[in-house]
Design a protein around this ligand. Structure first.
Ligand code: SF4
Length: 375
C-alpha cells in the first residue's frame, strides 16, 4: 500500500453510564482502560509501515474524557513516534461536560489537542435528564468557559433537536444560547431512536412520537436559518462552522473518500477502494491484540458503482456539493449526462442547483439529502 497522508480516528469505547437514546457500543468497565491504552498503542504501531502521516487526529467515543491527561499523552506520543504529525495537524478530542475541569483542559491544551468537541446536547436540565445525560446545563456552560480559559480557540458543541416536549420556540432559544458562547463549530443532530434503547421504550410506553415530517422540516429550517443569521456556514446537513477554517477537517475526510485509519473496537478505515473494520467487543479486541493479531473483523472492496453512489450520497449532504469534473475523473461517470432527466427535475424543483462545475443541494435539498442520493 502506498504511503499517503490521511486522517486518524482513535476510538475510546467507555461510558460511565448509557444515555437513553444511544445505540452505540460502549462499556462501563473503566477498570479496563489501562489495558485498553496499551492495546491501542500496539495497534497504532501495526500501521507504522502502511500510513506515514496524518493531518487530522480525532479521539472520539464513547467518552474520551474518561481518560486521564497522562493516558491521552501516552496515545499522542505513540502516534507521534510512528507517524508525522505537526503543529498544523487538527487534533480533536470529544469531551463530556461532566468530566472536565480547567486543569484538565489546560493539560490537554499543553499536549497539543487543538480542537474540542463538547457533547452538550441541551442547555435544559429537564431535557438532559430525559436524554439520560449525566451532566447538567450548568456543567455544560462551565465546560465551555473552562475550555476558553484554558486557551482553546477551536470549540465544537453538539446539540440534539426533536426531543419530546421541546417546542420550536424553545429549540430556537437553545440555538441562541449556543450562539451566545460563539463556538467555532456547532453540530445539530435530530433525535433518532433505535429500538431497545431506554428512551425508545419510554416513548412507546408514554405514547410519545418523534416529530412528523412537517415538524422535522420546520426544525431543520429553523436550525439552518438561526445559525446562518448568526454568521455560521451550514456546510453539511448537521454541521455549522463560524469560518471556513473551522469546518471539521477530519469529518470532511469521511465525506470526500480521503483515506482514514480507525483504531479501537468497531473502528472503520478506508483507503482507495477498500474499507475494513475492527471487531466490536472490547474484550475480543484486547484478546486479539494480546495475541499480536490484527483485530480486523472484515474487509470489503468497493466496486466502482458503490464508490460512485457513496460519493453522490455524501456529496449531496454538503453545501459544496459534488465537483462534477473531479467526480468524472475519480469515478468515470459524467453525472449530468448520466442522470440528466432526474437532475433536471431536481433543479426545476429547487432541490439542487448547478454552480459552475458543482452540483449543489439547496437548503430544501439538504433537508431531504438522504432521499436526494437515491437518484
Ligand atoms: S456518552 Fe455518547 S457514546 Fe456514551 S452513552 Fe452517551 S451518547 Fe452514547
Amino acid at each position: 500500500m502506498k504511503k499517503e497522508q490521511a486522517g486518524l480516528y482513535i476510538h475510546i469505547p467507555f461510558c460511565l453510564s448509557k444515555c437513553g437514546y444511544c445505540s452505540f457500543y460502549s462499556i462501563k468497565s473503566v477498570n479496563l482502560i489501562p489495558e485498553y491504552i496499551a492495546a491501542l498503542k500496539k495497534e497504532i504501531k501495526y500501521y507504522r509501515n502502511i500510513f506515514s502521516s496524518f493531518d487530522t487526529v480525532y479521539i472520539g467515543g464513547g467518552t474520551p474524557s474518561l481518560l486521564s491527561a497522562q493516558q491521552i499523552n501516552d496515545l499522542i506520543s505513540t502516534v507521534n513516534k510512528y507517524f508525522d504529525i505537526d503543529r498544523q495537524t487538527e487534533i480533536t478530542m470529544e469531551v463530556n461536560p461532566g468530566d472536565v475541569s480547567l486543569e484538565y483542559f489546560q493539560m490537554l491544551h499543553k499536549l497539543g489537542i487543538n480542537r474540542l468537541n463538547i457533547g452538550i446536547q441541551s442547555f435544559d436540565n429537564k431535557i438532559l435528564q430525559l436524554l439520560g445525560r449525566r451532566h447538567s446545563a450548568k456543567e455544560a456552560i462551565a465546560a465551555i468557559e473552562a475550555a476558553r480559559a484554558a486557551g482553546f480557540d477551536n470549540l465544537g458543541i453538539d446539540l440534539i433537536y426533536g426531543v419530546h416536549g421541546v417546542s420550536i420556540k424553545s429549540w430556537e432559544n437553545t440555538l441562541q444560547k449556543a450562539v451566545y458562547f460563539k463556538p467555532e463549530h456547532i453540530s445539530c443532530y435530530q433525535l433518532s431512536l433505535s429500538e431497545k434503547t431506554p428512551l425508545h421504550k419510554k416513548y412507546s410506553s408514554d405514547g410519545w412520537q418523534l416529530p412528523d415530517e412537517d415538524t422535522e422540516l420546520k426544525l431543520f429550517l429553523t436550525t439552518a436559518e438561526e445559525l446562518e443569521n448568526a454568521g455560521y456556514i451550514h456546510y453539511e446537513v448537521s454541521n455549522f462552522a463560524r469560518l471556513d477554517k473551522f469546518k471539521s477537517r477530519h469529518n470532511q475526510k469521511y465525506w470526500q473518500h480521503v483515506p482514514y485509519l480507525g483504531l479501537g473496537p468497531a473502528a472503520h478505515s478506508f483507503w482507495g477502494n477498500r474499507r475494513w473494520w475492527n471487531k466490536a467487543a472490547v474484550k475480543t479486541y484486547l484478546k486479539e491484540i494480546a495475541q499480536d493479531k490484527m483485530p480486523v473483523e472484515n474487509t470489503e472492496t468497493l466496486s466502482m458503482e458503490q464508490l460512485q453512489l457513496e460519493a453522490l450520497f455524501l456529496g449531496l449532504r454538503t453545501k459544496a456539493g459534488i465537483d462534477l469534473k473531479l467526480y468524472k475523473a475519480k469515478y468515470g461517470v459524467d453525472l449530468l449526462a448520466n442522470k440528466k432527466t432526474i437532475i433536471d427535475a431536481l433543479i426545476k424543483n429547487k432541490f439542487v442547483e448547478l454552480k459552475g462545475e458543482f452540483l449543489r443541494p439547496t437548503r430544501a435539498g439538504m433537508a431531504v439529502a438522504d432521499s436526494l442520493a437515491l437518484i
